[in-house]
Design a protein around this ligand. Structure first.
Ligand SMILES: [Mg+2]
Length: 364
């Protein structure tokens, strides 16, 4: 990835248990740094879980509001408001899962979806892997392929041209430069890609670049701009959309959970669309796909092309792409719980440590 090497694949799941023993699973973003999962697991155990014991709710947002009331100033004080957002997002997903399982309904049933699969696209394709991965994922019906660009050693235009030659007729290239450009660089690089017609350019600027910079970039290029994995709050998403961000990409494990993404879809201005960001385990991946399924023809959810047993094995073989789509679970709940043996295997060496304790903590 563009922020450095990724020597391990940390992940953090939260499991919430109600008084009847019904369980809900969610995912808290923790891709990096390497022990981000442990840091956030400690915070959940020490600070957040005690607030949840005995809590009651009808809708998951009630618990999110309650925790914000109780803990926002605490996390402001310790300088970790975004970490708090990650934790709240995972808890929201777990509460959706818990509530649906308790009600005996799948997400698709609850939302009365006529189509119970979600459109997906192939993401995180490295320059060295184009020849291996694009034909394979095209054979699974993928028609949109997102490339990591922004690396001087490869040359951005060269990567896009190579990828375009490998793609089936009618498919589209998407590019992601992971916040690595200045306004001047972004303008030049996108101008240099324009005739190749990328479907969108993701994070061409840092998420905290000024709205004026985003507006200037959006007006300087025909390539639609995308972003959202580092944007927090509906107001900020809408402000970005109002200056030209066309594709909003909330991450269900970083901000808002399922509730926030659905709220954003209702609040975003006309002309914007919502394509969930995701890079993690099957738990969060299914939650992200579920958002796309609700938005039907206007959304597509990213599915990583790189090997990751947390996505492909942990919850069983459930992230299967066929005709470019992934089926949502049909059993009660939002997500599919991890396979116990695999969960234990992935928590290897930490079965009495904070990771395992986080996995086992719950409301009761
Ligand atoms: Mg990205």
């Amino acid at each position: 990835m563009a922020l450095g090497t990724m020597p391990t694949r940390p992940a953090l799941l939260v499991r919430i248990r109600d008084v009847d023993g019904c369980l809900g699973w969610g995912e808290v973003w923790a891709n990096f740094p390497p022990r981000a999962n442990l840091h956030k697991a400690h915070i959940i155990e020490d600070v957040v879980a005690p607030q949840l014991r005995g809590a009651r709710f009808v809708e998951p947002r009630e618990i999110g509001d309650f925790l914000c009331n109780q803990l926002s100033v605490y996390f402001l004080h310790v300088g970790q408001l975004e970490v708090f957002s990650h934790i709240l997002a995972g808890i929201d997903t777990a509460l959706w899962d818990l509530a649906l399982r308790k009600a005996g309904r799948s997400f698709a049933e609850f939302m009365e979806l006529s189509e119970t699969s979600a459109q997906s696209y192939a993401t995180s394709i490295n320059a060295d892997d184009l020849e291996r991965l694009i034909p394979h994922h095209a054979s699974l019906g993928q028609t949109h392929f997102k490339l990591k660009i922004g690396f001087a050693e490869h040359g951005n235009r060269e990567i896009v041209e190579r990828a375009a030659r490998l793609c089936p007729v009618g498919s589209r290239i998407l590019v992601d430069s992971n916040q690595s450009w200045t306004l001047a660089t972004a303008r030049d690089e996108l101008r240099n890609l324009e005739d190749l017609s990328p479907f969108f350019a993701e994070e061409p600027l840092p998420a905290n670049a000024s709205l004026a910079d985003w507006e200037e970039l959006a007006s300087s290029t025909d390539i639609p701009l995308a972003g959202g994995e580092n944007i927090y709050g509906i107001e900020n998403f809408c402000a970005m959309a109002n200056v030209g961000l066309r594709i909003l990409q909330p991450d269900v494990a970083k901000w808002g959970g399922v509730t926030g993404a659905l709220d954003l879809a209702r609040a975003m201005p006309q002309g914007a669309c919502l394509w969930p960001h995701f890079m993690g385990t099957a738990v969060g991946q299914v939650a992200a796909l579920s958002i796309t399924a609700v938005l039907a023809g206007t959304s597509s959810c990213e599915v990583d092309v790189n090997e990751n047993a947390l996505r492909t094995d942990l919850c069983g073989d459930i992230i299967t792409v066929r005709n470019g789509r992934v089926d949502l679970p049909s059993d009660p709940g939002l997500v599919v719980p991890p396979v116990p043996d695999l969960l234990a295997a992935f928590a290897d060496g930490r079965d009495s440590g904070p990771m395992a304790e986080a996995l086992q903590s719950g409301i009761s």
